[in-house]
Design a protein around this ligand. Structure first.
Ligand SMILES: [Zn+2]
Length: 146
C-alpha cells in the first residue's frame, strides 16, 4: 500500500508527501540507488546532474548511495533543519523513519548533513544553502557549515 507520493513542492522542486496518516517511528521508505564512491558520484553529478538537487546519500563506510541510478521516490526527499523524518543505516542500507506522526498532505523532510571532503567554496555553499525557514535554520545543508 502506497503511503507517500512525489509531487511538486513549495520548498524546492519535487518533494515526498504523505497520502496516509503515518505513525511516529514508522519505516516509510528505503533510500535506493547504486552504491558507489564519493569521487565517482560527484564526478557523475558534475557531468549530468541537476543543479541544486543532490541524490547522494553518504554511508558510514565512506561510500555513497547514488539515487540518480536505480533510485526510488526517497531521492526526492527535501532537506529541513527541523525535519519530521530521520534516516537510519542498517547493514549498509538506508531507511527513512518518521520522527513524529504525519498527516496526509504533509511533506516529509530529512536533515541532509552532507559531508564534503574538500572545504566547500562559495559556489558549493550557495548550491547547498537552506531556505527551510525553521527558527533554528542553519542556512546550509552541509554537515560542517559553521
Ligand atoms: Zn534550514
Amino acid at each position: 500500500m502506497r503511503r507517500v507520493i512525489v509531487r511538486r513542492s513549495s520548498v524546492h522542486g519535487r518533494g515526498v508527501f504523505a497520502i496516509k496518516p503515518l505513525a511516529a517511528g514508522e519505516r516509510v521508505l528505503q533510500y535506493k540507488g547504486e552504491i558507489t564512491s564519493w569521487r565517482n558520484a560527484v564526478r557523475r553529478h558534475q557531468r549530468e546532474g541537476v543543479e541544486g538537487h543532490t541524490f547522494l546519500f553518504g554511508l558510514s563506510n565512506g561510500s555513497v548511495i547514488d539515487g540518480s541510478r536505480g533510485g526510488n521516490s526517497a531521492r526526492w526527499l527535501n532537506h529541513a533543519c527541523a525535519p519530521n523524518c530521520e534516516t537510519i543505516e542498517d547493514q549498509g542500507r538506508i531507511f527513512i523513519h518518521t520522527l513524529r506522526a504525519i498527516e496526509p498532505g504533509e511533506e516529509l523532510f530529512i536533515e541532509y548533513l552532507l559531508a564534503i571532503d574538500d572545504p566547500p567554496n562559495e559556489e558549493v555553499r550557495a548550491q547547498y544553502a537552506c531556505r527551510c525557514a525553521a527558527s533554528g535554520c542553519r542556512q546550509s545543508m552541509l554537515a560542517d557549515a559553521a
